[in-house]
Write a protein that binds this ligand. Structure first.
Ligand code: DGP
Length: 138
C-alpha cells in the first residue's frame, strides 16, 4: 500500500525536511496555512493518534514541542497552533502533527471549527461523565 508520508520518511519522495530523527520526521506542509507550517510524522506507518504506542507518544510530542520552539526562535512567530486530524478531515492516513506558526493579527480566526454551547450545566455534566467513564476503562 503506498503512503506519501512513508515515502517522505524513507526519502523516496522529496520534502523540505526540518527534523530528521530515528523515529520521527518533520517536513514543511506542501500547502501551508502559514509559511513554516511543519508536519511531524512517525517514520513507521501509524494511521491515527489511537495507533501510537506508549513509547512513541513522548517522542512525537517532544518533537512537536521542539518544532513549536523553532517556529518562534527561527521564524519569529509569536506562538504556534499544534493539532492533528484523526480520520475525520484527515486527508493523509499516516498520522501527522501540524505545527503552524502563529502571530497576532495573522488573520486566522477560530481556526477550522465552529463553536457551540452546552444547553445547560446538566448537559455539560453528562458529557463529562461519559468521558470520565470511557477514560476509566482499562
Ligand atoms: P490533514 O488534512 O490534517 O490530513 O493534513 C494533510 C496535510 O498534508 C495537508 O495540509 C497537505 C499536506 N500534504 C499532502 N500531501 C503532501 C506531500 O506530498 N508533501 C507534503 N510536504 N505535504 C503534503
Amino acid at each position: 500500500m503506498s503512503c506519501v508520508f512513508c515515502d517522505i520518511a524513507t526519502g523516496s519522495s522529496p520534502a523540505q525536511v526540518v527534523l530528521d530523527e530515528p523515529d520521527v520526521v518533520g517536513f514543511l506542509d506542501v500547502r501551508p496555512v502559514f509559511k513554516g507550517h511543519v508536519l511531524l510524522a512517525p517514520r513507521a506507518h501509524v494511521a491515527t493518534l489511537l495507533d501510537v504506542s506508549a513509547d512513541l507518544m513522548p517522542v512525537l510530542m517532544g518533537a512537536a514541542q521542539r518544532v513549536a520552539g523553532a517556529v518562534v526562535e527561527g521564524l519569529g512567530a509569536q506562538g504556534s497552533f499544534v493539532a492533528m486530524n484523526n480520520v475525520v478531515s484527515q486527508s493523509v492516513p499516516h498520522l501527522h502533527v501540524h505545527v503552524v506558526p502563529r502571530t497576532k493579527g495573522d488573520g486566522l480566526r477560530g481556526f477550522f471549527w465552529p463553536r457551540t454551547r452546552y444547553a445547560d450545566d446538566a448537559e455539560a455534566a453528562q458529557y463529562a461523565a461519559r468521558l470520565r467513564s470511557a477514560l476509566a476503562q482499562p
